[in-house]
Design a protein around this ligand. Structure first.
Ligand code: PLP
Length: 360
């Protein structure tokens, strides 16, 4: 099979070795006589897969012992609501950094669940940059500050995490496990698995146990972190296939140097594309301030927008798939998640240079 160079913003490409392992085991899981996805989630065999994935997440991300790891459904989107529902007490409030589409969505859902306020907004600048730390205004008696470490659509990232005097809740969906986390700053870290970790269907949520003290008896049970935590994420039937595949992907990441290895890959590969943009004499442009450029989602435009259709058609013909920017912003976007082979980036930058010299 000829594999495409898949720059999709999510779901992501996965390593061939992981896909092959899944294929080998899908019908008869390790000689058990059934598939893992046919088995009870209470079976000993599944238990080992489940806890293996949790343990790998803890080891790779260096999550401290007082942080629980929940494997949930509903994507990152459900966490937009679950985080405020669980962490905000009746008289609490939270500040939100509105850094792009996703920070804004998190804020809008949180407004339905508690008292929240914008601690910074990039709306007037078209969400083209992250705030400088001093621009984030945290009001007195704030319970947490919500941040989006990487805005997948705008292609901007928080280059560093800063202390803002309150614990933070972070959506790290699109740079999950591709950079180390200063855990002391965070009470909740969440993300969908389908970009950097595995297939869709799984949200990975890190929750500091001390935030589970609130009385949550008014919440439906699935929405309570404490019940998932008590039951080790087996409060109901978990997304077993996604957890299994994610476990294999985490093994692959560990072989490649873990989070530090992923960080190096991301930095090198995004630089290759930013260099191709910068060295094109204005043929390609990045709309993002240099310090805030994402290492995961590289957005760019062609100075002559009329060439875009040809750009995508020729890219497609070379097997360079999913390079169109999000429908809300247009232009091009190359997502270089953990599993994307560096060779794919090489093919892309060679194509960008050839296209620019042919049409420029
Ligand atoms: C930063 C970010 N947050 C949240 C989401 C929503 O994730 P999900 O589809 O898992 O709900 C996305 C999806 O692209 C995202 O990029």
């Amino acid at each position: 099979m000829k594999r495409l160079h898949n720059f999709c913003a999510g779901p992501c490409t996965l390593p061939v070795t992981v896909l092959e392992q899944l294929a080998d085991d899908i019908v008869d899981f390790k000689g058990s006589g059934m598939s893992l996805i046919e088995m009870s989630h209470r079976a000993q065999i599944y238990d080992e897969i489940h806890h293996g994935t949790v343990n790998s997440l803890r080891r790779l991300y260096g999550a401290p012992d007082d942080v629980d790891i929940l494997l949930l459904q509903g994507g990152a989107s459900l966490q937009f609501a679950m985080a405020p529902m669980n962490v905000l007490g009746e008289s609490d409030k939270a500040g939100y950094v509105l850094s792009g589409t996703w920070g804004k969505k998190a804020y809008e859902d949180a407004q339905l669940c508690g008292t929240v306020y914008p601690a910074w907004t990039g709306a007037e600048e078209g969400y083209s940059r992250m705030p400088d730390p001093s621009e984030i205004i945290v009001e007195d008696d704030t319970r947490y500050l919500h941040v989006t470490s990487n805005e997948t659509i705008g292609g901007i990232r928080m280059a560093d995490f800063h202390d803002h005097g309150v614990r933070q809740v972070a959506d790290m969906s699109s740079d999950y496990l591709s950079r180390p986390i200063p855990w002391d700053l965070f009470d909740v870290v969440y993300g969908g698995a389908q970009k950097n970790l595995g297939p869709a269907g799984l949200a990975v949520v890190f929750v500091r146990r001390s935030v589970l003290d609130n009385d949550l008896s008014h919440l439906p049970s699935y929405l309570r972190y404490d019940l998932h935590s008590e039951a080790d994420s087996l409060a109901n039937t978990p997304p077993v296939f996604a957890i299994w595949a994610t476990g294999l992907m985490l093994d692959w990441m560990e072989e490649k140097g873990g989070v530090e290895g992923m960080q190096g890959r991301a930095s090198r590969r995004s630089s290759m594309i930013y260099d191709a943009i910068e060295s094109s004499d204005g043929f390609y442009r990045s709309p993002v301030r240099a310090d805030d450029r994402s290492h995961m989602n590289i957005v760019f435009t062609l100075a002559d927008a009329e060439l875009e259709a040809d750009f995508f058609a020729e890219a497609d013909a070379l097997g360079l798939a999913n390079l169109k920017g999000h429908r809300s912003v247009g232009g091009a976007r190359a997502s270089v998640y953990n599993a994307l082979p560096t060779e794919s980036v090489r093919v892309l930058v060679d194509f960008m240079a050839a296209f620019a010299s042919a049409k420029g």
